[in-house]
Design a protein around this ligand. Sequence first.
Ligand code: AMP
Length: 278
Amino acid sequence: MQDFSRRARKGGRRIAVVPTMGALHEGHLSLIRLAKAHADVVICTIFVNPTQFGPNEDFSRYPRSLDADSRGATAAGAHVVFAPSVDEMYPAGSQTFVDLDRLPGVYEGKVRPGHFRGVATVVTKLFTATLPDTAVFGQKDAQQVAVVKTLTRELNLGITIVVGPIVREPDGLALSSRNVYLSPEERSAAPSLYRSLRLGENLVRGGERDLGKVRRAMHAELVNSRPTAVDYIAFVHPDSFEDLAEMRPEGTLAVLAVRFGTTRLLDNHLMTTQGESR
Ligand code: AMP
């Protein structure tokens, strides 16, 4: 992989990488198209990364469809699909990991201990394998974006991080490889995440400035759809994931995580006080 990338760079070609765990859907494909706009060569990586799954999580049952994914990635414009094995990425006895001090301790990181250590490690290894100029990630995983931007800056990797918008089903549910786990009843309840985010933004745009009130209204909207649990609803700074007590002029990131049965769904939206109500 490095040989390929070195040759491409030597030829003056710019490389963009789109890291994925496969089970590609329109959200992933939109990132590949976005990558094409930033580079001459697009590498899509497909690797179900064991170190970002907790012991009771879905690593073994995570959907895997490498052949169909390769065709889909290529059709969307990827020039290379890099799908290493677990042994190649983590030779037996591996003892080098990338970790951050604070970001992995809140929200997704708090619910999923070790998750962001796994993400930071694999992203760094995928970067050093593919040697990109640009890497493209989805806003869907907002805290992952914050982790990747932080480590890229602090390790001086010299890679530009580009973030693509969340691609949704017509009813508002954010596309996710994990949506296949939802039963038909759970699937029809799941658009409450997006409804809740829109409700929050509409309240703020209507002049509500008490984020506690906004949060309660959003919680009620979620609970209406009878989820198994609401893990969190929070208003945070998009870069640091620090809690915000009031709206920030540049935008406040509303993040939520909800469980339907054993399936955890995430969604988020950058709320602004100005603009069209939706
Ligand atoms: P995953 O395969 O779930 O690890 O996701 C790979 C990349 O696709 C990550 O950068 C995700 O944030 C991004 N992604 C996943 N779902 C969506 C979506 N619905 N819209 C945009 N990007 C997404």
